[in-house]
Ligand binder design. Structure first.
Ligand code: ZN
Ligand code: FE
Length: 262
């Protein structure tokens, strides 16, 4: 991993919630800071904190949807934690204390966290990036082999957001908010059937899911090689969707539209 200092690495603990959501706790052993990435469900988050012996100090919201911010107020009342979210969505993030915008940084203990605005799924969606630990919490922007639905954004907006994530180091660990990987893989092979890396990955995913194991985290590098939403330059994808000479944005838009109908 791209360790840029001698700080103890952040620990990430995954918490399956609701139907197919993942909540995460991020813990800094040095400062004791512990953040909940989104608040899909209060009970399992409180139980995980208890099991780990960690005290919740922060909530980092990626976006306002109920399966991401629905537990904010109850967790704040129980733990007195600080709620961080997008300044653009301040009126939709319950209990928000700290409002942040694109490129803003925040010291999580001694670990610098950077906010990246990644709109498209919602207009105020953000990603939390911890450069020294090489981890990114991308919410519903990027999924393993997928990307978020465009509820409040155009394909142009989402493609720009995805390009921001593509610019992160390839080894960056990507923690997304849902286990959608199996169905994303089923779709991915329909638009890029000739991608050998994708076929190999699909088999691995099927093995993991058969044992009810998570497919997360993924990495930026793996997504670059296999995620059809990040590969509008692929000749195979362009041929499959019949857009050989279109722009990357147009190809992305068509792939997204096909997934919506899949
Ligand atoms: Zn969402
Ligand atoms: Fe969601």
């Amino acid at each position: 991993m791209n360790k840029k200092n001698d700080l103890p690495q952040l620990e990430v603990h995954m918490i399956p919630c609701l139907e197919d959501n993942y909540g995460y706790l991020v813990h800094d052993p040095d400062s004791g800071f512990t953040a909940s990435i989104d608040t899909p469900e209060v009970e399992p988050i409180m139980r995980a904190l208890d099991e780990k012996g960690w005290q919740l100090t922060h909530i980092l919201n990626t976006h306002h949807h109920y399966d991401h911010a629905g537990g904010n107020l109850e967790l704040k009342e129980k733990t007195d934690c600080i709620i961080v979210g997008a300044n653009k969505d301040a009126d939709r993030i319950p209990g928000i204390d700290i409002q942040m915008g694109d490129g803003d940084t925040y010291l999580f203990g001694k670990h610098e966290m950077t906010i990246l605005e990644t709109p498209g799924h919602t207009s105020g969606h953000v990603t939390y990036y911890f450069a020294d630990s090489g981890i990114a919490f991308v919410g519903d922007t990027l999924f393993a082999l997928g990307c978020g639905r465009l509820f409040e954004g155009t394909p142009e907006t989402m493609w720009e957001s995805l390009q921001k994530l593509l610019a992160l180091p390839e080894e960056t660990l990507v923690y997304c908010a849902h286990e959608y990987t199996q169905s994303n893989a089923d779709f991915a092979v329909t638009v890029e059937p000739d991608n050998g890396d994708l076929r190999t990955r699909k088999t691995e995913i099927e093995k993991l899911r058969a044992r009810n194991k998570p497919t997360i985290p993924t990495t930026i590098g793996l997504e670059k090689r296999t995620n059809p939403f990040l590969r509008p330059d692929s000749e195979n994808i362009r041929a499959t969707v019949g857009l050989r000479d279109a722009s990357d944005t147009e190809v992305f838009a068509e792939v997204r539209a096909r997934k919506d109908r899949f």
